[in-house]
Design a protein around this ligand. Structure first.
Ligand code: PLP
Length: 341
């Protein structure tokens, strides 16, 4: 199959319209069969639940070309399960998990020509999402919904690839203690737009959000979880009920323990202890692991010993092992790699 004429190595993290997307509609209490369609446009009521009360959630995952030329996705069952959690919290109908995984495969297969080749540094980003499509004017859930999946080829999430990032401690909160931080609701990302625009304006790559109740503990950034490496090579990640349970982070903790023989710890991480860590990274589907060189807390700089020019050694090992698993160079734990074609 012939690939599209795209400059794969210079792709940014943006939207490119691909040939097909999957669409399924929910009406009268049931999902229809769903189908691949060519039209990227959506027509709906001006009063749709999503437009009035932000009733929408989404997922983010990638398809990879492996070293031996297969196209695969990484743990799509976990995206299906997390979307179920999001739907339940937002009073939306669940799209069945097995059908979710099947639909992801169908869309990727239909857009094979856009899956970046092995070694290009790019991947095919997959965006499943759902929204309330029927009119809602009193505050309540919609009665009709649409589930869609589109794909778009992407390069690195952060400009500059794996150069260490500088992030700031944000004065804004991302999620309330008993709110929606643990699900992938569109509304969480709307809340983060002003903080990220102002962070960029002030020269920072991202925001570090703290726990909104005490503002003493590290939560996550707008689009990734944190990993810290202690000076004696332990991998530590913040535990909180208001952060998104990152599939990349959960996988990296297993990689650290089972592949690299490192000790791992999921626990509360205090802002005060950042100065004691040797390395810091942001992890997520889009970022994979992006090293953080510096955290700025209201003018006070916390510089990690790993520095501002390269990834720290443990972060690099984690990165190489996880990407090795995703690209088929390293044997994956059972069930992690879902082959599409
Ligand atoms: C807020 C937030 N945290 C963490 C992540 C990382 O999650 P995952 O590894 O499942 O992509 C994401 C997105 O992908 C996110 O939006």
């Amino acid at each position: 199959m012939e690939k599209k004429n795209i400059d794969w190595s210079n792709l940014g993290f943006g939207y490119i319209n691909t040939d097909m997307r999957f669409v399924s509609n929910y009406k009268n209490g049931a999902w229809d069969e769903g189908a691949l369609v060519a039209d990227p446009m959506i027509q709906m009521s001006e009063c749709a639940g999503v437009l009035q009360y932000a009733q929408t959630c989404f997922e983010g995952m990638k398809a990879y070309t492996t070293e031996d030329g297969r196209i695969v996705t990484f743990r799509p069952d976990l995206n299906a399960a997390r979307m179920e959690d999001s739907c339940k919290r937002l009073e939306m109908p669940v799209y069945p998990q097995d059908k979710f995984v099947e639909a992801v495969s169908k869309v990727v297969k239909a857009n094979q020509a856009y899956v970046p080749p092995y070694g290009s540094g790019a991947t095919l980003y997959i965006r499943p999402y759902m929204f309330g499509s029927s009119p809602v004017i009193g505050v309540k859930p919609a009665e009709e919904y649409q589930f869609r999946i589109f794909t778009t080829p992407v390069g690195p999430y952060f400009k500059g690839g794996v150069k260490p990032l500088t992030i700031r401690v944000s004065d804004f909160d991302r999620a309330a203690p008993n709110g929606t931080g643990h699900i992938k609701a569109g509304l969480n990302y709307a809340m983060s737009l002003h903080p990220i625009v102002s962070a960029h304006h002030e020269g920072y790559d991202e925001n570090m959000y703290l726990d909104p109740k005490t503002r003493t503990k590290v939560e996550e950034t707008g689009g990734a979880n944190f990993l810290f490496i202690t000076k004696d090579n332990k991998v530590v990640t913040p535990k909180s009920s208001s952060i998104l349970p990152s599939i990349t982070r959960r996988s990296l903790m297993i990689v650290a323990k089972d592949y690299l023989g490192l000790e791992v710890e999921e626990r509360e991480v205090y802002l005060d202890e950042l100065k004691d860590f040797a390395e810091c990274g942001l992890c997520g589907t889009a970022a994979v692991i992006s090293p953080v060189g510096k955290v700025v807390d209201h003018g006070k700089e916390i510089c990690f010993p790993s520095g501002m020019s390269d990834m720290g050694p443990v972060t690099k090992k984690l990165y190489d092992t996880l990407t090795g698993i995703q690209m088929g160079r390293i044997e994956a734990p059972k069930g992690w790699i879902h082959e599409i074609c």
